[in-house]
Design a protein around this ligand. Structure first.
Ligand code: CA
Length: 219
């Protein structure tokens, strides 16, 4: 699960990142509103945590732009302003939860888990397209065991079938915005996944969109 945390107090940001990572989250940081907005609009996060008072754009500005762009990702707002009015204003603008500063990271982690919890009645771990069926809970594709990274790539393709999935999107979603992973990482994973699809005699194929990315299509 990848979290974006937009926070201008660097010491706090690093401490919360460290603690959330110990709880198993992947965390990208942004230290001002401009960087935060750019990252949030990439729509690669499972949850976005926004401080309200930030340089350049406020957390509320980021929230408004995300909702304008129809990005449904759960948003938790953080602020030292604990007044009821600020809280109501942000919930009105589409925030999902609100946490007053100072807070304990365990409390933030619990709120993130609550917001990203899927309804138990629907098995959203099982996703499919064409003759491909991936179980995200155990990284099995048509019964074949994948590595965690392979499964994340296949999931990204199945979740946007017949659409361009760019190399940059995959790099940011899987390796993280600040990671030094390069395009050839994606290429080598893609070639392994293609070999597997061939071995499994799948009619579904991954086509390359030259210099841009990949598309999942049926033959
Ligand atoms: Ca601040």
């Amino acid at each position: 699960m990848r979290i974006l945390y937009v926070e201008d107090e660097q010491f706090l940001a690093e401490a919360v990142k460290h603690n959330l990572e110990k709880s198993g989250f992947k965390v990208d940081l942004a230290s001002d509103g401009e960087d935060g907005l750019e990252k949030a609009l990439k729509d690669i996060y499972d949850c976005v945590v926004l401080d309200i008072m930030l340089p350049k754009f406020s957390g509320t500005d980021i929230l408004i732009r995300m909702r304008e762009k129809k990005i449904p990702t759960p948003v938790i707002m953080l602020s030292a302003l604990s007044e009821v009015e600020t809280k109501i204003q942000n919930l009105d603008k589409g925030a999902d939860d609100y946490l007053a500063k100072p807070f304990k990271t365990a409390e933030l982690a619990a709120r993130i888990k609550a917001l990203t919890r899927r309804p138990k009645s629907v098995n959203l771990n099982q996703i499919s397209y064409g003759d491909l069926s991936l179980d995200k809970s155990n990284a099995c594709l048509n019964g074949e065991q994948l590595t965690a990274t392979e499964a994340e790539i296949v999931a990204a393709l199945i979740e946007s079938p017949e659409k361009l999935v760019s190399k940059d999107y995959l790099l940011a979603k899987i390796w993280g915005e600040d990671n030094l992973a390069e395009g050839n990482y994606v290429e080598s994973y893609m070639s392994r996944i293609r070999k597997l699809l061939k071995k499994l005699n799948c009619k579904t194929q991954i086509t390359t969109v030259r210099s841009l990315g990949y598309k999942l299509t049926e033959k």
